[in-house]
Design a protein around this ligand. Structure first.
Ligand SMILES: O=P(O)(O)OC[C@H]1O[C@H](OP(=O)(O)OP(=O)(O)O)[C@H](O)[C@@H]1O
Ligand SMILES: NC(=O)CC[C@H](N)C(=O)O
Ligand code: SF4
Ligand SMILES: [Mg+2]
Length: 475
């Protein structure tokens, strides 16, 4: 089911391994959860870049034949969920261009909040865009810089863009990693033997047996060449950052380390705090897999209520799953999760999930628990109610579609048909992570955004939204 926002992307890069394309392929496989619409790999043999990208999953797009044609010992890869520009092959990443006798490939995770105005200006002064995605302005801005040095070109582009961007870039000779000064999206640095790697999440390093070295810092550029790694800052270290805390709650894989912590352990703590904030008398704690699992474990530990597997997930449901017509919609939700009647019948259950956005999926799931004979169904959510959109690379619906924007918790409880509903508080959520609160973005809960002007709630409400995928209903 595609009701929930799962719109973010995954990045991978490696320098100095024979047949780099195979390693990148594996890296992307580990990051598949970050984007299922399209994927691509660009490699370099030191002289020339080769590219292959298409719509679909990593396993659909790549095979031995096309991986073999991607020559070289270095390269980058991307898995995409579109957040600006539609889900079309022309928007698949990495973006690839030839200019001034050189080639450049760029892959982006995040959303720029000023790409529309930058694009307008670039078009007005002669640029011809090949895609409709925000990331392309970076390439044009780089091409406009008069310097011959790619890092100087990049720095001049970075001065102009605003918003969320973790980037990996590839030229014939360089692999480059960048994290925006706010640090919205993760980007990690690893080492496999003597070779450097970059990945959105460390689970990609585990798969290729690379060692996690550290995260690329907000405002840092790392440049990897034959001579090794150099690091430079393009923005001063800031007291405040905007690391997306929702990465910990929902997006990232539980076995990844991001923003200095293992995601599974953070989720477990979220669940423990949730149990303390919203205790309930129940026979079983039941996780809604997969993203609710770690929080449910924490809830069970803290409450002493045994954890039971009452909802079983079918892992073969992806973006290509066709949304059934309204009439059989309930069956559609069942495709993904089936309720174990023998476990829940006659029992008081507390189901733990990571988040509710529209509420439509959760409502049907609750109905299914009741149909399976559950005596009481309580629901606990491991983050606060989502009331505001995201402009930083997550395709949250317009405020109208966010159930918590329109209804109180009690009204949502009644809509979902649960006996009780408890959301984790903002303080509870922030107490589960290590860094101080001012290091995280919590905009989709509080409605305050790190950037002024473009990409703010005011723009959404005044229907001047710059995030093209947030559809504002007229009238
Ligand atoms: O707002 P609602 O419509 O009630 O949807 C809420 C559900 O959607 C997400 O899961 P989903 O099953 O979509 O995907 P997942 O497998 O990535 O958790 C989320 O984890 C909740 O379980
Ligand atoms: N969600 C993302 O990170 C997407 C990256 C980029 N904004 C795109 O739409 O392709
Ligand atoms: S608004 Fe929400 S989802 Fe978007 S970056 Fe901030 S915390 Fe993450
Ligand atoms: Mg879910």
């Amino acid at each position: 089911m595609n009701d929930h926002p799962k719109h973010y992307c995954g990045l991978f890069g490696v320098f100095g391994v024979p047949n780099a394309s195979y390693l990148i392929y594996l890296g992307l496989y580990a990051l598949q959860h970050r984007g299922e619409e399209s994927c691509g790999i660009v490699t370099s043999d030191g002289e020339e870049l080769s590219i292959h990208k298409d719509m679909g999953l990593v396993s659909d797009v790549f095979n031995d034949e096309n991986l073999r044609l991607l020559k070289g010992d270095r390269g980058i890869g991307h898995v995409r969920y579109s957040t600006t520009g539609s889900s079309l092959v022309k928007n698949a990443q990495p973006l690839f261009v030839d200019y001034l006798g050189n080639s450049l490939a760029v892959a982006h995770n995040g959303n720029l909040v000023n790409s529309s105005s930058l694009r307008k200006e670039l078009e007005r002064t002669g640029s011809i865009f090949q895609t409709t995605c925000d990331s392309e302005v970076i390439v044009h801005l780089m091409a406009r810089s008069s310097s011959r040095n790619v890092v100087t070109k990049l720095k001049s582009a970075l001065k102009k863009i605003k918003g969320a961007y973790s980037l990996v870039l590839l030229t014939e000779k360089e692999l480059i990693g960048v994290r925006d000064p706010e640090g919205f999206r993760p980007l990690c640095l690893g080492k496999k033997g003597e070779s450097w790697c970059l990945a959105s999440e460390t689970c990609a390093f585990d798969l290729i047996e690379a060692k996690f070295v550290r995260e690329v810092e907000p405002g840092e550029i790392v440049v990897i060449t034959d001579k090794g790694l150099t690091s430079a800052r393009f923005a001063a270290r800031a007291k405040r950052n905007s690391c997306c805390i929702f990465e910990h709650i929902y997006f990232a894989r539980p076995d990844s380390i991001i923003f200095g912590e293992t995601v599974h352990l953070v989720r477990q703590k979220l669940g423990e705090t949730l149990a303390k904030e919203h205790p309930v008398d129940a026979d079983y704690v039941i996780p809604i897999p997969d993203s609710g699992t770690s929080a449910a474990l924490g809830f069970s530990h803290a409450s002493g209520i045994p954890l039971e597997w009452g909802a079983i997930r079918n892992h073969y449901v992806g973006r290509t799953f066709i949304q059934p017509h309204q009439k059989i919609r309930d069956l559609g939700v069942k495709v993904k999760i089936n309720i174990l009647r023998e476990v829940v019948a006659g029992k008081k259950v507390v189901i733990v999930d990571d988040s509710i956005v529209r509420g439509t999926t959760s409502r049907i799931r609750v109905k299914n628990f009741r149909a399976a004979g559950a005596r009481e169904v309580h629901m606990r959510i491991s983050c606060p109610p989502h009331r505001f959109p995201c402009f930083y690379g997550i395709d949250f619906p317009s405020p109208d579609e966010l159930i918590a924007n329109r209804y109180s918790v009690n009204e949502i409880r009644d809509y979902l048909g649960v006996d009780s509903l408890g959301y984790l508080s903002l303080e509870g959520m922030l107490s589960a992570v290590k860094m101080p609160a001012h290091k995280y973005c919590v905009s989709c809960w509080v409605g305050k955004y790190p950037f002024k002007g473009a990409g703010t709630l005011k723009n959404v409400l005044e229907k001047k939204c710059v995030c093209q995928r947030i559809e504002i209903k007229e009238g």
